[in-house]
Design a protein around this ligand. Structure first.
Ligand code: NDP
Length: 339
């Protein structure tokens, strides 16, 4: 079978690509530049793989050409979407690529690719969570929840809010599209929280690390030595499990029409630091010691929200990789990349 994978140069997509090729799929992946295309081709010589250039998914009809020119696509994995806080204009740099990119690929498939049976969209826990319920011990987040933040909240920011809103409205646009247009394909969405794990995409330098692995770069470069910073959303998942979820959601008939809350559970930065210290005694002089100062929120308090990922674990049958292993494998991969 043939799969179109968008954003193949990304952190998560590189693992989806690896898994698809390993499982015998023919893959067409899109990236933004010829440089990134040749890096991917060089990694997989002789594979059933081709790489197409789509420079900016925010632009109307961005995917038309690649989809119209690729006959016989069976499945689409749409992962491309900006995940960084380096933008100056939330609408054009974040909301438009996320939302228009998602609408645009679905429109292009409906128009040009009747062979497509299912589309998987990479959404996020950002589309599920509520910013004002993160300390609410009575709240249990699951696939039933939608982030209540509005598009206007996204325009206003701060940047993490804009990012969350971009993911919410992108995912919503996908569900609305299949409901209203009743196309010949069905949809499944993957909603991971913070994704950690080894780097499989090409990186010239650790300066270009993806957003969710930035903390491990900081950790091994000594930036946590005097103080462990605040952890963030408390929930995490390994990138290899996220990739597996994308592929299983594509392969399993019963996954059609479902949202998947892919999380391995809670973490905090204190736990990550401890796992890395245990796994890499040679890095000790860069890493925080036992009595290091903790920033507020470095350690997970007892009073946080709850989560329920039981349906996802059951339907997709994933045995989540534990956090200590993820932390060690992440650092191992970072140590091979130039600073
Ligand atoms: P990356 O930044 O590594 O990947 C993002 C990908 O999207 C890159 O290939 C990037 O290309 C591409 N992209 C971004 N903006 C555009 C654009 N305007 N036009 C074309 N391509 C674009 O991050 P991740 O792998 O982490 O993210 C992949 C997906 O997973 C995203 O949808 C993200 O929202 C989602 N996600 C990630 C989580 C995480 O913790 N990592 C958690 C939850 C969801 P380029 O690098 O060339 O700019």
């Amino acid at each position: 079978p043939k799969v179109l994978l968008t954003g193949g140069s990304g952190f998560i997509a590189a693992h989806v690509l690896e898994l698809l090729l390993k499982r015998g799929y023919e893959v067409v992946t899109t990236v933004r530049s010829e440089t990134k295309a040749s890096q991917i081709r060089a990694k997989y010589p002789g594979a059933k793989l081709s790489v197409a250039i789509v420079p900016n998914i925010a632009v109307p009809n961005a995917f038309d050409e690649v989809i119209a020119n690729t006959p016989g696509i069976d499945y689409v994995q749409h992962t491309a979407s900006p995940f960084h806080f380096k933008f100056t204009d939330a609408r054009t740099e974040l909301l438009d690529p996320a939302i228009n990119g998602t609408k645009g690929i679905l429109q292009a498939i409906a128009k040009y690719a009747p062979s497509v049976k299912r589309v998987i969209v990479t959404s996020s826990f950002a589309a599920i969570m509520s910013e004002n319920k993160m300390s609410d011990t009575t709240k249990v987040f699951s696939e039933a929840d939608w982030n209540p933040s509005t598009y206007e909240d996204g325009l206003k920011g701060p940047p993490p809010t804009s990012y969350r809103v971009s993911k919410k409205y992108a995912e919503k646009a996908a569900w609305d599209f299949v409901e209203q247009e009743k196309p010949g394909f069905d949809l499944a969405t993957i909603c991971p929280p913070m994704v950690f794990g080894p780097v499989a995409h090409h990186l010239d330098s650790l300066k270009d690390i993806n957003t969710s692995n930035q903390r491990f770069v900081d950790l091994i470069q000594g930036k946590w030595k005097d103080e462990i910073p605040t952890s963030g959303v408390w929930l995490w998942v390994d990138v290899r499990d996220v990739a597996l979820a994308h592929v299983k959601a594509m392969e399993l008939p019963e996954a059609g029409g479902q949202r998947f809350f892919t999380t391995a559970g809670f973490y905090d930065n204190v736990q990550l630091a401890r796992a890395v210290r245990k796994g890499f005694p040679d890095l000790a002089d860069k890493l925080p010691g036992d009595n290091v100062k903790l920033a507020p929120g470095a350690e997970k308090p007892a009073e946080t929200f709850g989560y329920d990922n039981s349906r996802t674990s059951k339907v997709l049958g994933i045995d989540w990789i534990p956090v200590d292993k993820a932390a060690v494998d992440t650092v191992k991969s970072l140590l091979e990349i130039p600073a």
